[in-house]
Design a protein around this ligand. Structure first.
Ligand SMILES: Nc1ncnc2c1ncn2[C@@H]1O[C@H](COP(=O)(O)OP(=O)(O)OP(=O)(O)O)[C@@H](O)[C@H]1O
Length: 318
């Protein structure tokens, strides 16, 4: 039985199709990153999974329970960190965690959970005065109550400082090591790359690619980024290079000239054009695309990898 499964899950808001026939399967024990640009439908999907938003059509299960009919059973077994977590201003952090423990009939020590999210110094303060990152830490402490089988986290790192983001990663790993499945949405590619077993990339309400990050990258042309180190950058060279067939963006970073190639067969043409412009090429490298490049290719029509994206056999037809 998968941790999460959806069949043709759909949600419309008037004329807007926020989630369009989504078929998703998150396996037990994996860390699954749910990616997509603003407005792609991630939060709407999560809200349907959590029983906050009813689907217009389709169905879904979490740990075998129906997301519409059995949301109470589901809540007992999962930990959630919703988008826009609202605190009770007049209650302390400890009271919030105690509430969550009572609601789940769990026997956690609230102070242990508060310590895990580094809020010990603020445990007795009213949450109304908390910063965004502190509220996020508090929400995470509440999500961890009762050793949930599945954690569903909507942008868990939003509002966190770099230390907080690192701690969040560590907690996700610890929870996964204990056996929990983790499903989270994020815009932070380093975070995703560091902890996900698989990712699904959503666009306009549909999943456009789903696989391990390595497999997704392998489907792209590894030579797609050409980095030339030159002795000088003649004026107007970037514009000239961008005008070449098969060449997308050209970025100049000091004496490095980075050309994004839609066609990796155009390397020689770029090198010739750089030398024709009066520069000497001192070093040549080809970089593999980053997850950020993949994301751009799959979610942005103008992105330089758009054509290669379609060639990836792992890509799902849209
Ligand atoms: N309550 C609502 N009423 C009307 N439209 C909505 C509502 N909730 C979401 N939408 C629309 O549904 C689409 C998907 O939004 P959603 O919030 O799910 O995207 P998202 O992928 O989570 O975006 P972000 O990364 O910005 O959080 C958007 O066009 C949004 O405007």
């Amino acid at each position: 039985m998968p941790a999460i499964r959806t069949d043709d899950l759909t949600r419309r808001f008037g004329d807007i199709v926020a989630v369009d026939g989504l078929d998703l399967e998150v396996r037990k024990g994996e860390v699954y990153g749910f990616l997509g640009p603003n407005g792609a439908g991630k939060s709407t999907t999560i809200n349907m999974l959590l029983g906050f938003t009813p689907p217009t059509a389709g169905s879904g299960t979490i740990l075998g329970h129906d997301i519409v009919e059995e949301s109470l059973e589901i809540r007992q077994r999962i930990g959630i960190l919703p988008e826009d977590f609202g605190v009770y201003s007049r209650l302390t952090a400890r009271k919030h965690v105690e509430f969550a423990i009572d609601a789940k009939n769990a026997d956690d020590d609230p102070d242990d959970l508060i310590k895990r999210v580094s809020l010990t110094d603020a445990a007795n303060r009213k949450a109304g005065g908390f910063s965004t990152g502190m509220k996020q830490r508090l929400a995470l402490a509440m999500a961890l109550v009762g050793e949930p089988d599945l954690l569903i986290l909507d942008e868990p790192s939003s509002g966190l400082d770099p230390n907080g983001a690192r701690e969040m990663r560590a907690i996700i790993r610890e929870e996964n090591d204990r056996g929990a499945t983790v499903f989270f949405s994020s815009h932070i590619m380093e975070q995703v790359e560091a902890i996900c077993d698989r990712v699904g990339i959503m666009r306009s309400g549909e999943i456009v690619a789903e696989d391990t990050i390595d497999a997704l990258k392998a489907g792209f042309d590894a030579d797609a980024r050409l980095v030339l180190t030159v002795d000088a950058v003649p004026e107007g060279m970037s514009a000239e290079l961008e005008g070449l067939d098969g060449v997308g963006d050209v970025i100049v970073d000091g004496l490095d000239v980075i050309a994004v190639l839609a066609d990796s067969g155009r390397k020689a043409a770029v090198i010739n054009a750089v030398e024709a412009a009066g520069a000497t090429v001192e070093d040549i490298r080809s970089d593999e695309p980053s997850l950020e490049d993949l994301f751009a290719a799959l979610t942005n029509d103008d992105a330089p990898f758009g054509e290669t994206a379609e060639r990836n056999s792992e890509m799902i037809d849209t």
